[in-house]
Design a protein around this ligand. Structure first.
Ligand SMILES: [Zn+2]
Ligand SMILES: [Zn+2]
Length: 222
C-alpha cells in the first residue's frame, strides 16, 4: 500500500522526520514490567493463568509486549484506521525483538477476526496483517481461517468492561468449512491491544470448547 504521502514518515513519539520511532523515543518505549493472568488481570509469573483462576475454557496465559502509551499507542491507533505497511513492519520488528522467550516454541497464531462486514468496510483487519507479519518474522504458522466473527457487535471501544463482555459473548465460532484440526493443537490468539480482555477470552473459550490443547493470548500492548 502506498500511503506514505498521506502519512509522512515522522517519529510517532516526537514528530521528528525520518523514522516512525526515532532513537530517542525508542529508548522510552517500555516493555510490560509484569505479565498478568488473563482471567483476574493480577500479576502472574510469565503471564500464566493462576491455578485458582483456570477454568475449563479459560486462556492458559497472556503475554503483552509493550505498555500501551507514547509512540506505541500512536502507532497502534494509526494502524487501526489506515494500515501503513512500513509502519506495521517497524512495529512488528520491534515487538519480535522484545518478545519474552517463554512463548517461542512454534505455536499457531490466530489473529482476532473482524466481522466480515466491518472488514469490507475498513478494507483490512489490522490484527490479521500484524499477526501475519509477526508469524513471518518468527516462523510461526498463521491461521486466519479458523475463527469467524459471525455476530456483528458494537465497537468495544464504545463500551465499558461489563458491557464489553456481554457485547462479545457468542460473537465467534469455528468456521464450518475449516479443515484445520483443532483438538490437541496449541494456539496463540493475537490482537493489537489488551483492554479488558473480553475479546481474547471469548476467542479462547471458543477454541477450548473445540478441544484445543492450549490457547495463549498475545497482544502487542496493554
Ligand atoms: Zn521521537
Ligand atoms: Zn488469576
Amino acid at each position: 500500500m502506498l500511503l506514505d504521502f498521506l502519512f509522512p514518515r515522522r517519529c510517532l513519539g516526537c514528530g521528528q522526520w525520518g523514522k516512525y520511532f526515532c532513537q530517542n523515543c525508542l529508548k522510552k518505549i517500555k516493555p510490560t514490567e509484569k505479565q498478568i493472568c488473563p482471567v483476574c488481570e493480577k500479576p502472574a509469573i510469565s503471564g500464566k493463568t493462576h491455578a485458582r483462576c483456570q477454568r475449563k475454557c479459560s486462556l492458559d496465559g497472556l503475554t503483552s509486549i509493550f505498555l500501551y502509551e507514547n509512540a506505541i499507542k500512536e502507532a497502534i491507533t494509526k494502524l487501526k484506521y489506515k494500515f501503513v505497511t512500513d509502519l506495521g513492519k517497524e512495529l512488528i520488528n520491534l515487538a519480535a525483538s522484545r518478545l519474552p522467550t517463554q512463548i517461542h516454541n512454534a505455536p499457531i497464531l490466530i489473529p482476532v477476526p473482524l466481522h466480515p462486514r466491518r472488514q469490507r468496510w475498513r478494507g483490512f483487519n489490522q490484527a490479521e496483517l500484524l499477526g501475519r507479519m509477526l508469524g513471518e518474522k518468527l516462523d510461526w504458522q498463521v491461521q486466519a481461517d479458523i475463527l469467524l466473527r459471525h455476530r456483528h457487535t458494537k465497537p468495544q471501544t464504545e463500551l465499558k468492561g461489563k458491557e464489553r463482555k456481554e457485547n462479545i459473548k457468542g460473537a465467534f465460532r469455528i468456521k464450518k468449512n475449516s479443515k484445520f484440526v483443532i483438538p490437541n493443537s496449541r494456539f496463540i490468539i493475537f490482537d493489537d491491544v489488551w483492554t479488558t480482555g473480553s475479546t481474547l477470552r471469548e476467542c479462547g473459550s471458543v477454541l477450548r470448547r473445540a478441544k484445543a490443547k492450549q490457547v495463549w493470548g498475545l497482544t502487542l500492548a496493554r
